[in-house]
Design a protein around this ligand. Structure first.
Ligand code: MN
Ligand code: MN
Length: 514
């Protein structure tokens, strides 16, 4: 350390290591295909102006992280030693299971992405910061594997925290497809998608929104852990804005605009599948504060608009359609319905909606009853008639050839969120939405050969060729029936509807959907 020199006087010297190499060429040290130097019009030396707003030295980093871990682990050990059951109740358990199945190993994938920036990014201050980013992500992985590990002895579904990412489950394929797409690029492309689009907005939703719900539910351990994680995200997400500042100065931003539009849409789709149902359906109704749509507006829409305001970037071309989808919460509602109907494919126990749920949903999303209520009426009716098995799908669903998520008829009124077919080199491809098709058409070479679950099915790779065969393929084997998703309220929740009158005759019927 330099005890007599103020930090602001030495920080730049310490992090500025953009030296001229003597023994190798610059291009050997930082191959452009890894650094991204050749993909943008930034002149030689241009990247050296890269600067983060919130600076941290290594000593500060380790001290702060040590304190953060200290608070999180002390809450955990207090929970371990208390007689409190960890279980806060079903419903919230689904939020936890879904989070732990989806998130920890994605954090591990983020270690690789941050490490790429730490090694190959075109400026040394950026590389400096990305080293902390890589260590952050490792901390997130460990923290979020440790908590579910302590629950496995009570509930086997928690072992999906370690397992899901290594299976061919549709949710895993979709998450890997997204993150691999972001990572399989040079450092600038990758960081625009991960640190600018993914982390500036969307991790807020998973980590802040859920932390607030967790606090309301009384799940202190989870709330502490994920709020602690978000403080790291907020720091290393700064990389994104710092990159845009440089590009803003030199580049026409066409490439950046495309990558931001693409990754913002992909993040929206994935988080709608993950966080949407968690906030709107699984968090117990008495503990729900904001709806997913409200949280999206406040934390994603406003924040995203703020971050592009000072740049030459524009709103994505699909912005108006996107806003309408957010307000209606359509993607959350159809994913929740899909999770329920195809529940054996998920390691959670998604609940059927109750009367209180429906009142809440109608209040938060006016028109919900008309658009979605009849689907749940049908399920409730099956339950009342003792036909629980009829509430479970016995077929496969169309999956989008871009985002890999179910392409369900999201909104009969508008084109944007409707499944669509597209022919490319004599092959048929299917998309959930206009933006997904647009991404594919921009880069068919990148996406056309991916073997989606449906393609594997059609190619005969999934045997027997039915739902059971697909479940086996996804890792939901017969031996592990206890891990498959069930409805924990079944069959009683159908009784909630015993006195309820069926929807009016002009409501859509079963033939129109699914
Ligand atoms: Mn993280
Ligand atoms: Mn991160």
């Amino acid at each position: 350390m330099l005890p007599n020199v103020r930090r602001e006087d030495w920080y730049h010297t310490a992090t500025n290591t953009n030296w001229d190499p003597d023994y190798v060429d610059e291009e050997e040290l930082f191959p452009p295909e890894m650094s991204g130097q050749d993909a943008y019009d930034v002149p030689e030396g241009g990247w050296e102006a890269w600067e983060e707003t919130y600076k941290q030295t290594a000593r500060e980093y380790f001290e702060t992280q040590h304190e953060k871990d200290g608070s999180v682990y002390s809450v955990s050990s207090a929970m371990d030693q208390s007689d409190l059951p960890h279980s806060i109740g079903m419903g919230w358990e689904d939020v936890l299971k879904f989070h732990f199945a989806a998130v920890p190993l994605l954090e591990r994938a983020a270690v690789t992405a941050e490490s790429q920036y730490a090694r190959f990014a075109p400026d040394s201050s950026w590389r400096h910061m990305a080293q902390f980013g890589a260590m952050d992500e490792l901390r997130h992985t460990e923290l979020q594997l440790r908590i579910p590990h302590s629950f496995v002895k009570e509930d086997a579904q928690y072992d999906w925290a370690k397992k899901l990412y290594h299976t061919e489950d549709w949710a895993s394929v979709a998450a890997r497809h997204l993150f691999d797409d972001f990572k399989a690029s040079n450092a600038v492309d990758s960081a625009l998608q991960i640190t600018f689009a993914f982390e500036t907005g969307f991790t807020n939703m998973q980590f802040l929104a859920l932390a607030s719900d967790a606090a309301d539910v009384g799940d202190i351990e989870f709330s502490e852990a994920i709020s602690s994680i978000q403080t790291d995200e907020a720091r290393h997400a700064q990389q994104g804005n710092a990159i845009i500042e440089i590009l803003n100065e030199y580049d026409d931003l066409d490439r950046a605009q495309y990558l931001v539009d693409k990754s913002f849409w992909r993040c929206y789709k994935l988080f709608a599948a993950l966080t949407g149902p968690s906030m709107d359906y699984y968090t117990p109704v008495e503990d729900r504060e904001m709806s997913w749509g409200e949280f999206m507006e406040e934390w994603i829409v406003d924040q995203f608009l703020d971050s592009i305001e000072n740049t030459e970037l524009e709103k994505p071309w699909y912005w108006d359609q996107f806003i309408e989808l957010v307000r209606k919460g359509d993607t959350s509602h159809y994913m929740a319905g899909g999770h329920y109907h195809w529940r054996p494919t998920l390691p959670i126990a998604p609940p059927g909606v109750t009367e209180e749920d429906r009142e809440w949903l109608e209040e938060k999303y006016p028109g919900w009853e008309d658009r979605w209520g009849y689907k749940w009426d049908r399920h409730a009716e099956m339950m009342r008639e003792g036909n629980e098995d009829k509430t479970v799908a016995d077929d496969l669903i169309l999956l989008c050839d871009l985002c890999q998520l179910p392409a369900i008829h999201g909104d009969p009124d508008r084109e944007v969120n409707r499944p669509r077919a597209h022919e490319h080199e004599g092959e048929q491809y299917y998309f959930c939405s206009e933006p997904c098709q647009w991404i594919f058409e921009n880069e068919p070479e990148r996406y056309k050969d991916h073997q989606s679950i449906l393609r594997r099915f059609l190619a005969g790779d999934i045997q027997p060729p039915n739902l059971e065969g697909a479940l086996n393929h996804m890792g939901m084997t017969q031996d592990n029936l206890f891990e498959r998703g069930i409805d924990f309220r079944a069959p009683e929740w159908g009784d909630d509807w015993a006195g309820w009158s069926p929807p009016s005759a002009d409501s859509p019927t079963a033939a129109d959907d699914d």
